[in-house]
Design a protein around this ligand. Sequence first.
Ligand code: SF4
Length: 313
Amino acid sequence: MLLTEHGLYAASDPNGFRPLVVGTLPDGGTVVCSETAALNAVGATFVQDVAPGGLVVVDRNGLRIDHYTTKTELAVCSMEYVYFARPDSEIHGVNVHQARVRMGKRLAAEQPVDADIVCGVPNSSLSAAMGYAQASGIPYEMGLVKSQYVARTFIQPTQELRERSVRMKLSAIRPVVAGKRVVLVDDSLVRGTTALQIVKLLRDAGAAAVHLRISSPPLRFPCFYGIDIQSTHELMAANHSVADMRQILHVDSLGFLSVDGLERSVGLTTAAPHHGLCVAYFTGEYPTPLDDYAATLQDELSQLNIKVAEVSA
Ligand code: SF4
């Protein structure tokens, strides 16, 4: 986005990795933002999603939505649907909450387990937990509560700060979880820091068993499209098999949603690779050519994954 003395310019990259939407205010003003939730917040009316390669110009002639290239291929960041975006946002016509519920439903079908209650990690995993409960028939319960005043752990700069903020932000409701076999639904497993502490919270509150279900596939590859995970050392699933992770996290079982399940749950389009999503985090298939640094990193990681597969085979 660029603001000059001549006008406001906003562009979407040729893959549309990040969402970009245009809205209008009651007084005729234009709003350009990432999420439709922001339009609602300022009382603006949705006009349209900006397509990949799209260019928005707002100047003294008014609003124009055009494109700067036609060499485009839709690859919206799948993590927007999984974790980043607000549940009340719509990205390319798909409501984020409803997509997460579908992820939870598919997760229940792909990774079933016998248990007493389903709990989600507040707040971004609650929709998927509802879906898991609906599809499995296991009652949905509020086993964890979250303080509203602590920032997301994912974006804390150091490990120590991330661990401290988990303890400050979450607590288990003992009468709900004590003696229960709990299905704990989380939207993603990045470093494992949060999951490890949440499992401990549930066990300390008396949970009889904790079955961890992740409503996205294992994160194994770095992101080169604006998310600050560029080293595979930080990614738990890049360095450990599922069986190893189950032991490290002290859970009774561990299961992930498949890449296919994620793509179908979002249900964006079937007309583009991976249903119009970027799933590089999970598959290492980057929608754009990688530069030398990224290619070297990817090569090293492929070798590492081969070793992990050999060890866990
Ligand atoms: S690599 Fe992952 S975080 Fe980055 S754009 Fe693709 S799906 Fe999103």
